[in-house]
Design a protein around this ligand. Structure first.
Ligand SMILES: Cc1ncc(COP(=O)(O)O)c(C=O)c1O
Length: 390
């Protein structure tokens, strides 16, 4: 049968129909342990009672009312989200539907902020080499990897790519034409590569001096993934803009762009909008996620489980394992073999895994994973690595 879907994904051979906790079931009735959380989306796992209840109750009450009006649930979600991001100085939020869309909002804020204050000619956004910011034309342009800059031109003008963790390169780049610096605290898609804290501190200082907006793309690293609500909290800096998506509503589509005091009023009426963004259903899901994930003791558990995974893998001293990186439950492991066959074999043995680059395994399990489930999944992985590359 012809696949009715466009052929845009390199898919692994499984089709899923059900999930519970950290496990998902395929259409043939086989259950798998999920170390992917739908690429950092199912933060509370599958079928979490609080999320199911919130979505069900909200669906029965009100799914959507247009942004011509306020929704009580969306207002409450926005207030709770801003509070959860207050450590890096966030003051308000615009709610959309995806990470790319959130980054589009960030780029618009930086450009308008600068235009109104300094006039034209200062519209460029610096991003990091190896970054990933989304699949729209503009967020592809923002992505600092050449392989994304083919086939779809003309791309949006006005981005420059600088090497990560190189403060001299940043200093040189901020030449009076740049209005924003957009970066992932931990580069996700290109291999789980954390930024150096010293670099981020120096970058924050430089951005503040030059009035360049410091913008963190926390689409993958945010919402507790690294053991603090935002990964950028761990740098001890104040941001101007933060973007979130993925895990924020536990699987219901969402994107959020948050702004700090300096640019919280940059976008005004008519500047930005979204039909679905911040609707009552996604907001109810987001409130359920926040009510669990934003708690310090829950975040501490994420950090602890991440250390457990890293220590266990390091303890194997496995000849396949070259380097282990990451924070909390956002972990990358470089291996000698190609990653894709490892994912295929892991799948056949009942474990869902991700890659991040050709030879990097990526761990993004749901936060609710237990120590026993970690041990079970890692035992499967070890058995796969034992046979890898042979
Ligand atoms: C850091 C980062 N930014 C942006 C995006 C794009 O998010 P979305 O696919 O929701 O548009 C992703 C997706 O992987 C991401 O990891």
């Amino acid at each position: 049968m012809n696949d009715p879907m466009m052929n845009t994904y390199h898919r692994l051979p499984a089709e899923f129909c059900e999930g519970s906790g950290v496990r998902v079931k395929d259409v043939n009735g086989k259950w798998y342990l999920d170390f992917t959380a739908g690429i950092a989306v199912n933060s509370l796992g599958h079928g979490h009672p609080a999320l199911v209840k919130a979505i069900g109750e909200q669906a029965a009450k009100l799914v959507h009312v247009s942004n011509y009006f306020k929704s009580d649930t969306a207002q409450a979600f926005a207030a709770e989200l801003v509070a959860a991001c207050s450590k890096v100085g966030m003051k308000n939020v615009f709610l959309g539907n995806s990470g790319a869309e959130a980054n589009e909002g960030a780029i618009k804020i930086a450009r308008k902020y600068s235009l109104k204050k300094y006039g034209p000619g200062r519209h460029r956004i610096a991003t990091l080499k190896g970054s990933f910011h989304g699949r729209t034309i503009t967020t592809l342009s923002a992505t600092g990897q050449d392989r994304f800059h083919t086939d779809f031109g003309p791309f949006t003008e006005g981005f420059l790519y600088i090497p990560a963790n190189d403060i001299a390169a940043l200093e040189k780049a901020l030449d009076g034409t740049v209005c924003g610096l957009l970066m992932e605290p931990i580069q996700g898609e290109s291999g789980i590569r954390p930024l150096d804290a010293e670099y981020v501190k120096a970058a924050a200082k430089l951005c503040a001096e030059k009035d360049v907006l410091l913008m963190f793309d926390e689409v993958q690293s945010g919402v507790g993934r690294t053991g603090t609500f935002l990964a950028s909290e761990q740098f001890g800096v104040q941001a101007d803009v933060v973007t979130l998506a993925k895990g924020l509503c536990g699987g219901v589509p969402v994107g959020a762009v948050l702004a700090g005091g300096k640019c919280m009023e940059t976008l005004g009426v008519g500047d930005h909008g979204s039909t679905f963004g911040g609707n009552s259903l996604s907001s109810a899901a987001g409130r359920a996620v926040l009510s669990i994930v934003a708690k310090p003791e829950f975040l501490a558990e994420i950090a602890r489980k991440g250390e457990l995974i890293k220590a266990t893998i390091a303890g194997w001293k496995h000849p396949q394992v070259k380097e282990i990186r990451g924070k909390g439950l956002m972990i990358g492991v470089d291996i000698e073999a190609d990653a894709w066959p490892v994912l295929e074999t892991a799948l056949s043995k009942g474990l869902l895994m991700l890659s991040a680059g050709p030879k990097t395994l990526r761990f993004l399990p749901p936060y609710i994973i237990s120590d026993a489930e970690i041990a079970e999944g890692l035992a499967i992985l070890k058995s796969v690595l034992d046979g890898a590359g042979k």
